[in-house]
Design a protein around this ligand. Structure first.
Ligand code: COA
Length: 155
């Protein structure tokens, strides 16, 4: 697998990968997620290729205190060959290089396979609750207090 930063031409292949890997959700517009990532540390949005096939992704970032990784995906036909581990190692290397002391990630409670994968790589569950508050709704909202905001590339 060759690992490189995402390029604009990768967009449809990356979204297809996320769909086949079960990572898309109705409340996260993947096009908007990509557009937003391209405004912040786009060099930490990685894809993996084998030949001409884009078959893996990882979207990382460093907020000055912690590193985070999202959208780790390996296409089903390429799993079990250490590609997921290799991508995570590259994410860790890039974050360490920036002085990031700790990498956090969130796993959906139902995703036991991903939790087992991360544990193998040395990740441990922290003793905390993960809280979140949505600031921008990707879907058109019926709540006037939380209108849909323009995407970065549209503003
Ligand atoms: C999780 C995922 C990225 C793993 O990719 P992969 O390339 O198959 O992983 P690797 O081959 O590098 O596996 C590394 C280790 O994790 C273990 N592992 C991988 N998948 C596992 C699973 N489903 N259950 C238990 N262990 C698993 C492997 O056995 C391996 O351990 P070993 O080195 O002792 O053999 C891939 O299964 C995937 O894309 N899943 C769907 C998307 C997803 O859930 N992403 C995470 C979102 S939080």
């Amino acid at each position: 697998m060759n690992i490189r930063p995402f390029q604009p031409d990768d967009e449809e292949a990356v979204i297809a990968l996320w769909q086949v890997c079960g990572l898309t959700r109705p409340w996260n517009d993947p096009h908007a997620d990509i557009a937003r990532k391209l405004t912040e540390q786009p060099e930490l949005f990685l894809v993996g290729t084998v030949g001409n096939e884009l078959m893996a992704s990882a979207m990382a970032g460093f907020d000055g205190h912690r590193g985070w990784v999202y959208y780790l995906a390996v296409a089903p036909a390429h799993r079990g060959r250490s590609h997921g581990s290799a991508l995570m190692r590259e994410v860790e290397r890039l974050l360490r290089e920036r002085g990031c002391p700790k990498l956090n990630l969130q796993v959906r409670a139902a995703n036991a396979a991903a939790a087992a994968f991360y544990r193998k790589l040395g990740y441990a569950q922290d003793d905390l609750l993960s809280l979140g508050k949505r600031l921008i709704h990707d879907e058109t909202s019926s709540d006037p207090a939380t209108p849909r905001a323009p995407l970065p590339h549209q503003s």
